[in-house]
Write a protein that binds this ligand. Structure first.
Ligand SMILES: *[C@@H]1O[C@H](CO)[C@@H](O)[C@H](O)[C@H]1NC(C)=O
Ligand SMILES: *[C@@H]1O[C@H](CO)[C@@H](O)[C@H](O)[C@H]1NC(C)=O
Ligand SMILES: *[C@@H]1O[C@H](CO)[C@@H](O)[C@H](O)[C@H]1NC(C)=O
Ligand SMILES: *[C@@H]1O[C@H](CO)[C@@H](O)[C@H](O)[C@H]1NC(C)=O
Ligand SMILES: *[C@@H]1O[C@H](CO)[C@@H](O)[C@H](O)[C@H]1NC(C)=O
Ligand SMILES: *[C@@H]1O[C@H](CO)[C@@H](O)[C@H](O)[C@H]1NC(C)=O
Ligand SMILES: *[C@@H]1O[C@H](CO)[C@@H](O)[C@H](O)[C@H]1NC(C)=O
Ligand SMILES: *[C@@H]1O[C@H](CO)[C@@H](O)[C@H](O)[C@H]1NC(C)=O
Ligand SMILES: *[C@@H]1O[C@H](CO)[C@@H](O)[C@H](O)[C@H]1NC(C)=O
Ligand SMILES: *[C@@H]1O[C@H](CO)[C@@H](O)[C@H](O)[C@H]1NC(C)=O
Ligand SMILES: *[C@@H]1O[C@H](CO)[C@@H](O)[C@H](O)[C@H]1NC(C)=O
Length: 467
């Protein structure tokens, strides 16, 4: 007899062990079916759990499964679910059975006692990838000189079967707190190799880490909690401190301080940000900034490093004292278009004909700053007011400059047409605005010679563009 007729004979169980191909039926079965079927998937570990509410003892449970390839309507035949046969507990591990993580699967389970079987449970349907949880990452900690160094390994490190095919898509979220009664939890994203600073010395901290799979923005399970005690930070007097960036119109400079009186020389070093996303040790990948090697000055022009506006860069200063002992500063991060500040435009104002106010705007960075024009969609806000003893009103207008990379003449012309606009001073947002102070006697609407339809940018647009 085949599978087909077996499924019709409910409450019966085939007995082949006796060599007799027959079925023993015990009429109406009293065995209750398992209920509340759940499947838990962590990485590629599959666990089936259920509840059994019957009062019979000596029961076991056996499950079957089938799957549907590539969204096909017809599934495979029901098959015994490996790992979930004759179970005496109410859970089983069937990880070995599942290899197709994107296909729909059906599972069902029944209760058995000797030759007696219960009806099948209701069918549990699942697509493994959809319900899979990301397992905890591995972590290694080291307490050194007041900081905690952390090394994270991806959730499925060293596993042959993987649910998450791209380890580089993982981001890691750290939660750290002081091991005290009134602990404050601090959460931050970390790189696979990172160090946690801003910690109190001689203090026990506890932490846990979860992985986040960026492709699906799925949050993983937290690692077990690890606790570690910080050490005291050794103060090195000649170290570069207060390392900061000054960036204006895509010209980048690093500045730092040093109160140490003896001879100190510096090497400024940089690291491309993507190297931090890898699992390899990037500590050997730092490079010197040309022109800022073995210098005694406390600043460095690193514009030559920012050859691409995408991506991020990290900078640090290595200080060396007269005995060739070295000390590394804190790192600072540069996101070119965000770190960079847009300088004020140059403007020329001409009211020679007495009716129209002519304003010429030369974009930030001067005419030679191609990079500024390529990368920022610049808009300008013109504020103008009547130069009276009580400046009761401002006029304000905003217009977009439709720069193209081909624009040879980096100039916008606009004429103020004689009309009075009075606006509340409060409505004008000076935040992020670097005014170029020019005043005129008249105020009024502007008109842009080119195209007024494209000139109505909102204040949000301006702020976004300026940020
Ligand atoms: C088990 O429950 C059934 C009804 O659900 C009842 O008929 C039977 O007597 C119970 N058996 C025991 C041993 O409690
Ligand atoms: C489960 O029990 C049946 C008999 O009840 C036996 O034939 C079968 O081999 C058992 N399966 C496993 C995996 O132990
Ligand atoms: C998955 O199962 C294997 C083998 O039982 C076990 O070693 C591993 O820790 C499990 N992983 C998770 C994330 O539960
Ligand atoms: C954390 O604090 C608790 C209570 O103060 C203490 O019992 C435990 O040993 C501490 N753990 C570590 C790792 O210091
Ligand atoms: C650094 O510069 C000093 C003098 O400015 C020089 O004596 C020294 O040899 C240089 N060191 C290196 C490693 O270039
Ligand atoms: C900084 O470096 C850039 C590129 O190397 C150069 O064009 C620029 O003139 C330098 N600026 C200063 C102030 O030295
Ligand atoms: C420091 O290093 C430089 C270059 O390597 C070397 O010429 C100099 O002798 C060293 N000075 C000391 C004090 O070791
Ligand atoms: C001012 O602009 C007008 C119109 O473009 C032009 O004719 C005039 O020559 C300009 N005057 C000055 C002083 O630039
Ligand atoms: C604005 O007005 C003040 C006083 O009324 C005067 O001293 C000043 O020169 C004026 N500024 C301009 C640019 O005309
Ligand atoms: C702006 O005006 C100047 C002279 O007034 C003219 O040479 C230039 O072509 C104008 N620019 C645009 C973009 O209209
Ligand atoms: C100036 O702006 C006001 C308010 O938007 C409008 O009512 C008026 O018609 C405009 N005048 C000109 C000349 O565009």
């Amino acid at each position: 007899m085949g599978m087909w007729s077996l499924s019709l004979l409910q409450g019966c169980k085939g007995i082949q062990a006796l060599g007799l191909d027959r079925y023993v039926c015990v009429g109406q079965t009293n065995l209750k079916s398992p209920q509340d079927i759940q499947v838990y998937v962590v990485n590629t570990n599959f666990t089936l759990r259920w509840k059994y509410t019957g009062n019979d003892t000596d029961v076991t449970f056996s499950a079957e499964y089938r799957w549907f390839e590539d969204f096909k309507i017809d599934g495979t035949e029901w098959k015994e679910l490996p790992g979930c046969q004759n179970d005496t507990r109410t859970e089983c591990d069937f990880s070995s059975a599942i290899t197709e993580y994107y296909d729909k699967h059906h599972l069902r389970i029944r209760t058995e006692r000797r030759e007696e079987v219960s009806p099948w449970s209701s069918i549990f349907e699942m697509t493994p990838y959809d319900i899979a949880q990301i397992g905890p990452p591995g972590i290694e900690l080291q307490s050194i000189n007041g900081v905690i160094k952390i090394k994270v390994s991806p959730p499925e490190a060293n596993q042959v079967q993987k649910m998450w095919i791209d380890d580089l898509s993982f981001k890691y979220n750290l939660v750290i707190w002081e091991n005290s009664s009134n602990a404050e939890f601090r959460s931050q994203s970390i790189f696979p190799t990172d160090k946690i600073d801003d910690l109190a010395p001689d203090t026990t901290y506890c932490l846990k880490v979860q992985a986040i799979y960026a492709l699906d923005s799925k949050e993983g399970l937290f690692s077990p909690i690890h606790c570690i005690r910080t050490t005291r930070k050794v103060r090195v007097p000649f170290c570069a401190t207060n390392v900061r960036i000054l960036a204006l119109n895509m010209k980048f400079h690093l500045h730092w301080d040093n109160r140490y009186k003896q001879h100190v020389s510096y090497n400024v070093q940089y690291l491309s940000g993507y190297l931090k996303k890898l699992y390899d040790d990037y500590s050997v990948k730092w490079r010197n900034v040309p022109g800022c090697e073995n210098i005694t000055d406390t600043q460095c022009n690193f514009s030559s490093i920012i050859t691409a506006v995408s991506g991020t860069f990290y900078f640090r200063v290595e200080a060396m004292n007269e005995y060739n002992k070295s000390c590394l500063s804190n790192e600072v991060k540069v996101i070119p278009l965000v770190t960079n500040e847009i300088g004020p435009p140059d403007i020329k104002v001409n009211i020679s004909d007495g009716v129209l106010l002519h304003i010429q705007i030369y974009p930030s960075g001067g005419s030679e700053s191609e990079v500024m024009r390529h990368n920022y969609d610049l808009s300008y806000r013109i504020l103008y007011w009547k130069n009276s003893s009580n400046n009761e009103g401002f006029g304000g207008q905003l217009f977009n400059s439709p720069y193209r990379s081909t624009a040879e003449e980096p100039i916008e012309n606009c004429s103020i047409i004689e009309t009075i606009i009075t606006e509340d001073l409060n409505q004008i947002d000076f935040k992020d605005y670097k005014p170029s102070k020019q005043s005129s006697r008249d105020s009024g609407n502007y008109s842009n010679d080119d195209d007024t339809s494209g000139s109505k940018a909102s204040e949000e647009t301006l702020e976004k563009e300026i940020v």
